[in-house]
Design a protein around this ligand. Structure first.
Ligand code: SAH
Ligand code: SF4
Length: 391
């Protein structure tokens, strides 16, 4: 810690935070600035950032002592000023179908859930972006939990790192990560707790790290962000993240969508569809996923299916039908298998893929919409819901 800070004062934080800084979750530029602020000569900072970055994100190391291509003195300096920290796993449950649900603890003692879903040709990690959710979709268990706070970028990318630890999937230092096809953790969906587009910057920074070729290196086509329809942030998602998009659509009239997905009162179907039509795609295979939860007698008629097809006309899309996953006290029932099939057939006949999402990890309450951490079971009051959403 002896080298003087000589240049680039504009990018140096004016006041250094007390205590060691967590390097996880910093963008490359932020990591470089942090190193400079703690004495790394500016002309070395870019190279050092690249080296540390590789140790953290390519090889999964958390101890500076392991970073053997850095001098001993520099490693000691790093250990004095920085930490490499990810959320702590509190518990892990494994379903009969192989799905793993982790409860992880983040700063402040809060907890979020992370789910790993193994499939034949891929393994998907369902990542959380907030503790709870400000939105109050009436069929969603997470929506009954108060928003406690946004996750930091470290806590978001840390979920991926935690899962790679558990899957024992860090390559040996000096070697490259195996091809995406061969990986246990090959895909990421931002479909855990929270509305990712209400925590845009942290989600963006974390996904940039996940996509960085010198690290976790997942292609943007293997990351899907699901939103309930925060319209102003949809174009930004394309510009600043570039991942695939899924929309929690769930209804074919504003009247029904207002009750299921209350954000519809702010940005209705027309505004949402306008934003989706404008979502750029690099290739034809990059379709938008329309998520549609099948609720008995609420949104599952043939008429709904036909209306859905009309609404999405012209949008390269696939419709993912999600049989409603029940949770204690839920006000809905799952549509019957026959009803789901008939609905799916109408969409399929109109030329759209319409797979029915197989519920995974139901025995451990890991399925879509069932996530809710044990410490935050308190149900929202009507007044809280009104205050949070302004609806
Ligand atoms: N907040 C974001 C992402 C998380 S939810 C969003 O709403 O898009 C992931 C998906 O699960 C969403 O489509 C959500 O609507 C759906 N979902 C929520 N509760 C569900 C339930 N009980 N059964 C089935 N799907 C549910
Ligand atoms: Fe929040 Fe998504 Fe659940 Fe709606 S469905 S309450 S946006 S987590």
């Amino acid at each position: 810690m002896s080298a003087p800070i000589t240049q680039d004062v504009m990018t140096i934080p004016r006041k250094l935070p007390a205590g060691p800084i967590n390097l996880v979750g910093l963008t490359r530029a932020q990591m470089r600035d942090a190193l400079i602020a703690h004495g790394t000569p500016e002309k070395q900072a870019k190279m050092r950032t690249g080296q540390i970055w590789q140790w953290i994100y390519q090889w999964g190391k958390r101890d500076f002592a392991d970073m053997t291509n850095l001098s001993k003195a520099f490693r000691a300096e790093l250990a004095e000023n920085f930490v490499i920290e990810i959320p702590e796993v509190v518990s892990k449950q494994v379903s009969q179908d192989g799905t793993r649900k982790y409860l992880v603890r983040i700063a402040g003692g809060h907890e979020v859930e992370v789910v790993y879903i193994p499939e034949d040709s891929r393994g998907t990690l369902c990542v959380s972006s907030q503790v709870g959710c400000t939105l109050t979709c009436s069929f969603c268990h997470t929506g009954t939990q108060k928003l406690v706070r946004n996750l930091t970028s470290a806590e978001i990318v840390g979920q991926i790192m935690m899962a790679r630890d558990d899957l024992d999937e860090w390559p040996v230092p000096g070697t490259r990560t195996v091809s995406e096809e061969a990986r246990l953790l090959s895909n990421i969906v931002l479909m855990g707790m929270g509305e990712p587009l209400y925590n845009f910057e942290n989600v963006r920074d974390a996904m940039k790290i996940a996509m960085d070729p010198e690290g976790i290196s997942l292609s943007r086509r293997r990351i899907t962000l699901s939103t309930s329809g925060v319209v102003p942030e949809i174009a930004r998602t394309a510009d600043e993240i570039g991942c695939l998009l899924a929309i929690s659509f769930h209804a074919t009239t504003d009247e029904v969508r207002d009750t299921l997905v209350p954000i519809n009162k702010k940005w209705n179907l027309e505004k949402l569809l306008e934003a989706l039509r404008a979502y750029p795609r690099v290739s034809n295979s990059e379709r938008i996923t329309f998520e549609y939860v099948m609720l008995h007698g609420v949104n599952d008629s043939d008429e709904d299916a036909r209306r859905l097809v009309k609404l999405i006309e012209g949008i390269p899309a696939k419709v993912n039908l999600i049989p409603f996953n029940e949770w204690p006290g839920a006000p809905y029932k799952r549509s019957s298998n026959n009803r789901i099939r008939a609905f799916s057939d109408i969409i399929h006949d109109a030329g759209y893929a319409s797979p029915v999402r197989k519920p995974r990890g139901e025995d451990i309450l890991a399925a879509c919409g069932q996530l809710k951490s044990a410490t935050e079971r308190e149900r929202k009051s009507r007044a809280q819901i009104a205050a949070e959403t302004g609806l």
